[in-house]
Design a protein around this ligand. Structure first.
Ligand code: SAM
Ligand code: SF4
Ligand code: F3S
Length: 470
């Protein structure tokens, strides 16, 4: 085992050598980090930004200004990968203009076995590639690059305990001033048959609760108003720890932290949504009365083929329990249309479920074949055109359902956290703890504050409101 002192002095030496290269003939070096994926991916991007700042980079929002560009990728659907390859194509021009520009590819695509090789052969101007587990490796890879290596690549994985130690040593450079992402765990053990995530993010590793609680406490003390706890399946948080704890327990501890803030979390797997968790949300003081509970399909045949390990009825039991305690309880979900060989009857069951649940929002995706997953081996007999028709029907249904469902907010007051200016001039966008979007007139000076509003009009995805004095 290498001692901590030895590690620190090795790191310092590495940093000094790196800075000699970086600042040779210039006083400022700029880095741009673009994260393409989910909240977890953006959170990793914040850690990578922290690593870059520590070695002396100044962060920039612009590709054009950057001496180093990090593309933090997503592999969940083919469309995400296509977009990335499009951007890589465009970046070639920056490299032609500035041959010293360093291009780094990381994140979930970089962790796919075939991608690193594909990038090396088709995009030779990419200098560095590292995987989701290697968040701290960028300085060493940069040094290899400066010392002449053409393609510095590290997609190795840490053992669970090494990963935890490495992760806690990183300091995020956060994108938000009042909303903070706090990962509670990494990876996924579920192997839904369509999904690439377990292959690119590895097995579940939970952070120690003390570290999470300490991080949240610090964030609240420095003025953060929204804490978003993250994991691919937060409901299985803590099972892999030496002293196992439940996610519900963790939520209760965070709910007890003094301060005016709201707690959100993503994502929950229905098979692990225990009564303890549901009651914790219902009784929480700071926990939004909202659950993002991805259902994926309303058909038991498809749910089985997806390896989701719950039935539509079991899913509805959770919904009914929540709504029996709070009829307004807000639910959102993810749905996949056109899983291989989804029949018209299967799809009708999805429509029936959507109508029954009354979601406040749905994230809908056409199934995308992911190399290496189980579902990719199934021969699919449903045409792309049919899948698009089904998607359109689903979206239309959700618009109708939500138009009616949102009417429950008419005339009500809400306490919202103001997030940003709206596209409509003079208006702001805020969210209430149940994740309901409100648009209302107000000054940008309110951004980052809680305000009270009264709902004047409802739509199928948001409400319009007027500010009222507290
Ligand atoms: N771990 C979360 C869960 O199980 O609910 C979400 C993970 S994934 C990043 C977000 C969503 O992408 C999934 O809920 C699913 O609806 C969708 N998704 C994942 N793989 C997909 C695929 N191959 N094709 C289409 N959609 C997919
Ligand atoms: Fe993918 Fe399923 Fe894991 Fe979610 S729970 S990340 S959908 S394998
Ligand atoms: Fe994409 Fe990886 Fe997230 S595949 S959705 S960035 S976990």
């Amino acid at each position: 085992m290498i001692s901590r002192n030895r590690q620190t002095s090795d790191n310092l030496q590495l940093q000094q050598r790196l800075q000699a290269y970086l600042f040779a003939g210039r006083s400022v070096v700029r880095a741009h980090v673009h994260s393409f994926g989910c909240q977890q991916n953006v959170s990793d991007g914040e850690r990578i930004r922290g690593v870059l700042e520590q070695i002396g980079f100044t962060l920039t929002d612009q590709y054009e200004d950057a001496d180093l560009i990090v593309l933090n990728t997503c592999a969940v659907r083919g469309s995400a990968e296509d977009r990335l390859y499009g951007i890589l194509g465009n970046i070639k021009h920056y490299k032609t203009r500035n041959p010293d520009l360093i291009i780094v590819l990381c994140g979930c695509m970089a962790s796919e076995e075939h991608t690193a090789e594909y990038v090396r052969t088709h995009y030779p101007y990419v200098d560095i590639v590292f995987g989701t587990s290697a968040l701290d490796k960028l300085p060493a890879l940069l040094l290899e690059h400066f010392e002449g290596k053409k393609f510095a690549c590290d997609t190795s994985e840490y053992e669970a305990d090494e990963f935890r130690t490495m992760y806690e040593s990183l300091h995020p450079s956060r994108e938000g001033r009042f909303q903070a992402r706090v990962p509670v765990m990494f990876g996924c053990n579920n192997f839904c048959t369509y999904c690439i995530v377990p292959y690119v993010r590895g097995r579940e590793r939970s952070r120690e609760p003390e570290q999470i609680i300490e991080e949240v406490r610090g964030l609240v003390q420095s003025g953060y108003k929204e804490i978003m706890l993250l994991g691919q399946n937060v409901n299985s948080y803590g099972r892999d720890l030496q002293r196992p704890v439940s996610f519900a327990w963790l939520l209760q501890q965070i709910d007890e932290i003094p301060g005016d803030f709201v707690i959100r979390f993503l994502s929950s797997h229905p098979k692990d949504a225990t009564r303890e968790l549901l009651d914790t949300i219902l009784q929480g003081k700071k926990i939004g009365r909202h659950l993002h509970l991805p259902v994926q399909s309303g058909s038991n045949v498809i749910l089985r083929a997806m390896n989701r390990r719950y039935t539509a009825d079991q899913y509805l039991e959770i919904v009914d329990y929540l709504r029996s305690r709070d009829p307004d309880f807000s639910l959102t979900s993810d749905l996949i249309v056109g899983f291989p060989n989804e029949s018209p009857e299967d799809f009708e069951k999805t429509l029936t479920l959507v109508e029954r649940v009354q979601y406040d929002n749905l994230y809908t995706f056409i199934y995308s074949k992911r190399r290496g997953t189980k579902a990719a081996e199934i021969e699919d007999h449903v045409s792309d055109a049919e899948k698009r028709v089904r998607m359109e029907r689903l979206l239309q249904l959700q618009r109708n359902v939500a138009t009616k469902h949102y009417q429950r907010f008419q005339g009500r007051t809400m306490r919202v956290l103001v997030e940003r200016e709206s596209k409509r001039s003079g208006y702001l966008i805020g969210k209430d703890p149940a994740f309901i979007i409100a648009e209302f007139p107000g000054s940008p000076s309110l951004i980052g504050k809680f305000v009270r509003v009264r709902v004047t009009k409802t739509h199928n995805w948001a409400v319009e409101a007027q500010r009222i004095e507290e």
